[in-house]
Design a protein around this ligand. Structure first.
Ligand code: ADP
Ligand code: 5GP
Length: 220
C-alpha cells in the first residue's frame, strides 16, 4: 500500500496540497492549525497516531489516535506510516490511511502538524510538500507558553524546552518561517501562505483548461 499512495502523491502533488506545519513545542502551532481548520474546511487534517497519553481535553480520533507502543510498532512494521518519529520520548506517526481518506473525500489538500523529523521524511518522499515552521518570538516566551498551557508536568516541560534549540536549528528544512508573536498577526501570515500556495498555477491549471474548453471557469 505504502508505495502506491506515495507514488500517487508524487504524481498528483500538483493539485493536492501537502501542508506541513512544525514548531518547537509550545510555539503555538496547534492554536494556529485550529484556526486554519476552521477557515479552510476543504483542507483535511491529518490525525496522527501517538503513544503519548491523552491530555484532559483530548479525544481519541480527534486530536490523535492514541495507541500503545506494541500497536504502534506493529503499524510501523506493516508500513502503515508515511512517516514516524520519536518525539520527546513518545512515538508519533502519520498513517498513509489519513492521506488516502483525504483524497477519497475530495479534500483539496491535507494539513500535517508534525515535527521536523516527520517534515524531513515527507519532503524526502514528496518534494512538492509545502513546509512551514512556526517560531516563538523568544525562548522566554516559549517557556511561558509551555507552562501557561498547564497540560504537562514539570519534567515534560523541561524535556520540551531542552529540545527547542535542536528543533530551531533545523529551520532550513522549511519553505516558510512564521513568527508567532501576536496571534492574529501570525495567523494572517500563515493564511497568506496557504492562499498563495493554493493559487499556484500547477494547482489551478484545471481552471484555465475549463475556461478554454467550456467558456467558463468551473469552481469546485
Ligand atoms: P504547540 O502546538 O506549538 O505546542 P499550542 O498551540 O498548544 O502550541 O500553544 C501553547 C500555548 O501558548 C497555549 O496555551 C496557547 O493558547 C498559547 N499561545 C499560542 N499562540 C500564542 C500567542 N501568539 N500569544 C500568546 N499565547 C499563545
Ligand atoms: P504534542 O505531544 O504536544 O501533541 O506533540 C509533540 C510534537 O509531536 C509536536 O512537535 C508535534 O508536531 C509532533 N507530532 C505530532 N504528530 C506527529 C506525527 O505524526 N509525526 C511526527 N513526526 N511528529 C508528530
Amino acid at each position: 500500500m505504502a508505495n502506491d499512495v506515495l507514488g500517487e502523491l508524487r504524481a498528483g502533488a500538483e493539485d493536492f496540497l501537502l501542508l506541513i506545519i512544525s514548531s518547537p513545542s509550545g510555539a503555538g502551532k496547534t492554536t494556529l492549525c485550529n484556526r486554519l481548520r476552521k477557515e479552510f474546511g476543504e483542507l483535511a487534517f491529518s490525525v496522527s497516531h501517538t503513544t503519548r497519553k491523552p491530555r484532559p481535553n483530548e479525544q481519541d480520533g480527534r486530536e490523535y489516535h492514541f495507541v500503545d507502543v506494541s500497536e504502534f510498532r506493529k503499524l510501523a512494521a506493516d508500513n502503515a506510516f508515511a512517516e514516524w518519529a520519536e518525539v520527546h520520548g513518545n512515538l508519533y506517526g502519520t498513517s498513509l490511511r489519513e492521506i488516502e481518506t483525504a483524497r477519497r473525500n475530495n479534500a483539496t489538500g491535507i494539513l500535517f502538524d508534525i515535527d521536523f523529523q516527520g517534515a524531513r521524511q515527507i519532503r524526502a518522499k514528496v518534494p512538492e510538500a509545502v513546509a512551514v515552521f512556526v517560531l516563538p518570538p523568544s525562548l522566554e516566551e516559549l517557556e511561558r507558553r509551555l507552562r501557561g498551557r498547564a497540560t504537562d508536568d514539570e519534567p515534560t516541560v523541561q524535556k520540551r524546552l531542552a529540545k527547542a534549540q535542536k528543533e530551531i536549528e533545523n529551520y532550513a528544512l522549511f519553505d516558510y518561517l512564521v513568527v508567532n508573536d501576536d496571534l492574529d498577526r501570525a495567523y494572517d501570515r500563515l493564511r497568506s501562505v496557504v492562499l498563495a500556495e493554493s493559487a499556484r498555477r500547477i494547482r489551478k491549471a484545471m481552471l484555465a483548461e475549463s475556461l478554454l474548453r467550456h467558456g467558463r471557469v468551473s469552481l469546485p
